[in-house]
Design a protein. Structure first.
Length: 343
């Protein structure tokens, strides 16, 4: 469901408002180099495996290593993927509770909700959750709904996303949105788009795709109905990004996403947090819990530093030429390797 400072330019122009980052203060996780951390076990689960969530997981493990919990030395990692199946997610949750690890990391909204239902005692750190309030992991005051829960969410305000639409395709009026009705984060975003787009003279054309296998046909249903396709942190769609891109290339409709790897896999552009960095920041919360701080005393955090990723090559495939401002302010994935690949 997230260490890349190679000129990672935040897309914070006048249109794409100033961006800030809130990261956890973590004194407990700072350990002198000569002090050995005790052995711990961390269970990690994701609703599905795709490059964005995989990079978050790599960031978590890398970040824990930097904080003194090194896999293969004093840290055991148990990773399980639900492969997109909610019944499997439930089975994994039951197994994790039986194993009683020192902490659980839940990557993605469905996984976090399932694990929260399964345990109220094991420290549970959610990540790759875009709307923890809608997911009922925290309340509207930012307080966790269970004493064992804390986590890191991303805040992707719509104003800069909509500004990006107009930068990529200035005449776009109809915004296609392929989403999974079973993912609360996607449903919440659809409702927000329905309110915000008309304020900018745009309309929403939403098409459900409740399985990864449905993404291609849902994208094709936008033929003649959408000028641009937007997708954000929907795991069904992310699992089938290549299928969406293949149809979008054929129809010459640009795809705008909100994560780096969707652009590397074929989207024109994305404005979002860096997944590997997201994992590293999540690791600070996990390490604090492993060091003995109760999750109820670890405030849930928001990471909202937005980075623009672009692909002139993919833009051309989808019938658009990127504005010079985007080329100047964005990270060109056609020529720049992913941050995790540099580790």
């Amino acid at each position: 469901m997230t260490a890349h400072k190679l000129s990672a330019l935040a897309f914070c122009t006048a249109l794409l408002f100033g961006c800030t980052q809130n990261t956890p203060q973590n004194e407990q996780a700072q350990t002198p180099q000569n002090e050995q951390k005790p052995a711990k076990t961390v269970a990690i689960s994701a609703i599905v495996e795709h490059p964005s969530l995989d990079d978050i997981r790599r960031g978590v493990i890398h970040g824990l290593g930097e904080l003194g919990y090194k896999e293969g030395q004093n840290l055991t990692i148990n990773f399980q993927s639900a492969q997109g199946n909610m019944a499997t997610a439930g089975q994994i949750a039951k197994q994790f509770v039986a194993d009683n690890p020192d902490a659980i990391v839940a990557i993605s909204t469905p996984t976090a909700q399932t694990l929260a239902s399964a345990t109220q005692s094991i420290p549970l750190v959610y990540t790759a959750v875009s709307d923890p309030v809608a997911a009922k992991l925290i309340d509207d005051k930012g307080v966790a709904t269970q004493a064992n829960i804390t986590g890191l969410s991303s805040e992707l305000p719509l104003a800069p996303q909509i500004a990006l639409f107009t930068k990529v395709k200035p005449d776009a009026k109809r915004i296609g949105f392929v989403y999974s009705s079973g993912e609360m984060n996607s449903v919440s975003l659809k409702e927000q788009l329905a309110v915000e787009l008309p304020k900018h003279g745009m309309t929403l054309v939403d098409i459900p795709a409740n399985r990864s296998a449905d993404v291609a046909s849902a994208t094709r249903a936008l033929d003649g109905r959408a000028d641009l396709i937007y997708t954000s942190l929907d795991n069904n769609v992310a699992s089938a990004m290549e299928a969406m891109v293949a149809v979008a290339n054929e129809l010459k409709i640009p795809v705008i996403a909100s994560d780096e790897f969707s652009v590397r896999r074929g989207a024109t552009a994305a404005l979002g947090v860096n997944d590997f960095d997201f994992g590293i920041t999540t690791a600070k919360l996990v390490a604090t819990a492993l060091d003995g701080t109760p999750p109820a005393q670890i405030k849930p955090q928001v990471m909202n530093t937005l980075t623009l990723y672009i692909s002139p090559k993919h833009a051309q495939n989808q019938g658009v030429t990127l504005d010079e401002t985007l080329l100047k302010d964005g990270i060109n994935v056609d020529t720049t390797p992913a941050k995790a690949d540099q580790k």
